[in-house]
Design a protein around this ligand. Sequence first.
Ligand SMILES: *[C@@H]1O[C@H](CO)[C@@H](O)[C@H](O)[C@H]1NC(C)=O
Ligand SMILES: *[C@@H]1O[C@H](CO)[C@@H](O)[C@H](O)[C@H]1NC(C)=O
Ligand SMILES: *[C@@H]1O[C@H](CO)[C@@H](O)[C@H](O)[C@H]1NC(C)=O
Ligand SMILES: *[C@@H]1O[C@H](CO)[C@@H](O)[C@H](O)[C@H]1NC(C)=O
Length: 579
Amino acid sequence: MTSQTSILYFLLFQLTIISQPCHRFLTDAAGGRWNYLRKSIGISAMHMQLLKNDRVIIYDRTDFGKSNISFPDGKCLIYTNCTKSMIDDFQPPGTEIGKSNVPLANGKCHNYTDCTAHSVEYDVLTDAVRPLTVRTNIWCSSGAVMPDGSLIQTGGSFEGERKVRIFKPCSDDKCDWVETESSLAVKRWYATNHVLPKGGQIVIGGLDQFNYEFQPERGSPILYKLPFLAETTTNRLEQNNLYPFVFLNVDGNLFIFANNRAILFDYSNHKVVRTYPVVPGGDPRCYPSTGSAVLLPLKNLQAPSVEAEVLVCGGAPKGAFAKANNKKNATFVAALDTCGRIKITDPNPKWVMETMPQARLMGDMTLLPNGNVLIINGAGAGVAGWETGRNPVLSPVLYHPEGKLGLRFECQNPSTIPRMYHSTAILLRDGRVLVGGSNSHDKYEFTGVLYPTELSLEAFSPAYLDPENSILRPKIVTTASQTTLKYNQKLLVRFTVAGTVAIDKVSVTMVAPSFTTHSFSMNQRLLILVSEKVMCLGKNTYAVQVTTPGSGNLAPLGYYLLFLVHQDIPSKGIWVNLQ
Ligand SMILES: *[C@@H]1O[C@H](CO)[C@@H](O)[C@H](O)[C@H]1NC(C)=O
Ligand SMILES: *[C@@H]1O[C@H](CO)[C@@H](O)[C@H](O)[C@H]1NC(C)=O
Ligand SMILES: *[C@@H]1O[C@H](CO)[C@@H](O)[C@H](O)[C@H]1NC(C)=O
Ligand SMILES: *[C@@H]1O[C@H](CO)[C@@H](O)[C@H](O)[C@H]1NC(C)=O
């Protein structure tokens, strides 16, 4: 045996013992390919957002210690380290919610210097990485892209917990984070943001915050109570409702899922308009039990009443957090293997349960351009948090929303890199899924630990990108570098296909790129624009007519990736701006 093959053998052997096998489940063969893009982007991809110039803004936290990417020209930053903040403020289970007898940040601070970056811009087209400057801690924060394409990020921890920061994309490598003058009404750590139909965003919850506010705000932000978040807190230590799963429903209300249940919320009038039943089993699905959730593709957009469905997958059973955090006798309980699917527009909605091929928590759910959902990353046991994840799940699973109940999951080929706590996955314009991060340690730890900190980036290419499919793969023909769309507009999309076109299998999809962190992709949304007619324009060249979404409730203002889909195989996307 050559030394190379023995290394391979060793790796394979290791994989079989550390990973959860993905049993072929009811449906056919595994698919998809993995590509290792970079050993290091310098930081661990804990938060990711794709911007309209195909660059991804990535950041972890400023107090992780020295990262693996330095600022150029010897530039350094001075950070303030306050030894006490809400993180030190945890109370034992059973403490009355919202009451803490420990005072918050006591002002004992000291300054320290760091000459490494904790945020980078990754250019998908050139594979270049550029260090960015964040001046206060952005750890476990949230954000959303505004209609003009700039990212507004909110909160973080310690001295950064009430900050609002903006990143405006540029092509000359000169743009950077700007810390604004505005301040959040309260500290936001583990909050969820969602874009609103006419622009702006809502910021919901976070540790100890049973309330919400709006950004950007002129003047002081107003704080509104949201008792649902207090009602869904398991206990102060565990919570189970952090990074709530929030989706804009087609009626303009917000679907807010926390712990094991959801409400429909009218944020304009500050009223709960519907209460959804508890997911059968009652187990928690939000941080630190960390399942994931997605708004399934919205379709039939011209119908008098459009339907919307939400899928929530994985998480950790009740009690898993206490068992994993029992320092004297830590045990890591198997994750949940169920998904619940619910029609949120139904006046009398019920959860329909499905079983995944593998149990999973800390997975990401990524909408693919053809409307399927990729469930990727995560662990088979434990809970989210420092050192408490086990049994990395290396195989992604595809979920076919249109499939028959019981036949919707399809196992995909595995990666070799565990991606658990603080890992991320986002869709790229070319149809690949960018995968990064994973750090279950309180600092960067590269050696001598279980599951070292990952600074690497990979891409997962679903089977639609296989070379065999190139004959059917459509290509959008456009001369515009960027297309502006209006609501309810007839749109002709020109495309080419080398092979024979199945006219009844052509559609157009629009995907809103997400702000992804902690297994939840905020603002992720996919709209299916049904083909009204397909015209043949010449050899291999066609045009399909579709109608753009009718309102901001269906598709909030802003940038989307538009794909032409033929027989489930998407083209490369083009950026469009819905105005
Ligand atoms: C840090 O980056 C260098 C390349 O700049 C790379 O060789 C090294 O492996 C990286 N370290 C880690 C721990 O990824
Ligand atoms: C912040 O201060 C605390 C207490 O002095 C120390 O333990 C910690 O390492 C410091 N963090 C950084 C990033 O300097
Ligand atoms: C820390 O730095 C800030 C400005 O960056 C300064 O205002 C403050 O006085 C410094 N604190 C200490 C203790 O040096
Ligand atoms: C450790 O925890 C497990 C599961 O929670 C329990 O079954 C076992 O009895 C505990 N062992 C000890 C020595 O307490």
